[in-house]
Design a protein around this ligand. Structure first.
Ligand SMILES: Nc1ncnc2c1ncn2[C@@H]1O[C@H](COP(=O)(O)OP(=O)(O)OP(=O)(O)O)[C@@H](O)[C@H]1O
Ligand SMILES: [Mg+2]
Length: 234
């Protein structure tokens, strides 16, 4: 039983490739994404960003965690928030429990965010896990308290990355997209159909989302790419 749990957390740590292997082409791809996000808006500074997808398991949490590590490595103060209050996993990437987090903050007026925020062990990187799973996630996500909280942390951090449930499943992601500065849509190769992805894009647009771009995930790597890139980047 004990061994199983250890292996599971090690599996998640392996998914944090930007931390375990910063020279890999995947880590380099995350640095390119980081630069693209920095240049995505000239007039308005993008402080808080929603990471979402069309359907489950396209890679939202993996991308959010690795992007957080990559941005913090560049010296930005980054806060990762697990706002997937239905299937929270962000804590697992950093071997942290999700028992206390966002939902505690939203439900307890006496709790300050500094009290529930975690340091996953990397300079400049902070994590707010989901907290206990509530019966009414969309209500919490859409509450004034959540909006003020996001506004407050956006003042204190350079970047706030928000993980969420998928767009087509529940309203949470569209609600968040409406009041966050930007949205990244993760598209897992071969996961959602074109029609589903288009429907998700339309739903986000209806919510007045500022879609910064799409991250194509799980794309097959070109043969020889690793070799070429690794040596080419030195
Ligand atoms: N680029 C990738 N290559 C291989 N496997 C991947 C990749 N990205 C994600 N995965 C795997 O796909 C699964 C789903 O990833 P993840 O949990 O990040 O997706 P999600 O969109 O957050 O899912 P959910 O909708 O359940 O929150 C995980 O097992 C993850 O390790
Ligand atoms: Mg997830």
């Amino acid at each position: 039983m004990r061994k199983k749990r250890k292996n599971r957390s090690r599996n998640y740590e392996a998914k944090l490739i930007t931390s375990s292997d910063p020279k890999s082409p995947i880590s380099e791809a995350f640095r390119t994404i980081r630069t693209n996000i920095e240049f995505s808006s000239i007039d308005k500074q993008i402080k808080n960003i929603l990471v979402t997808s069309t359907i489950p398991s396209e890679g939202k949490s993996t991308i959010a965690a690795n992007l957080g590590v990559t941005m913090a490595a560049a010296g930005k103060r980054v806060l990762l928030i697990d706002a997937d209050l239905r299937n929270p996993t962000l804590g697992k990437y950093f071997n942290k429990s999700s028992h206390v987090g966002l939902t505690n903050l939203l439900l307890d007026d006496n709790l300050g965010w500094e009290e529930v925020m975690l340091s996953p062990g990397q300079e400049n990187l902070y994590l707010l896990t989901s907290g206990p799973i509530p019966p009414n996630p969309a209500e919490l996500i859409g509450s004034n308290k959540m909006r003020s909280f996001v506004a407050a942390v956006s003042e204190s951090f350079d970047v706030v990355l928000v993980d969420s449930p998928p767009v087509l499943a529940v309203a949470d992601a569209s609600i968040l997209a409406n009041y966050l500065d930007g949205v990244i849509l993760v598209v897992g190769t071969g996961d959602a159909t074109h029609e589903q992805t288009l429907a998700a894009k339309e739903q986000l647009q209806k919510a007045k989302a500022n879609i910064l771009g799409v991250i194509l995930n799980k794309a097959p790597m070109q043969e020889g790419y690793y070799y070429h890139y690794y040596y080419g980047s030195r």
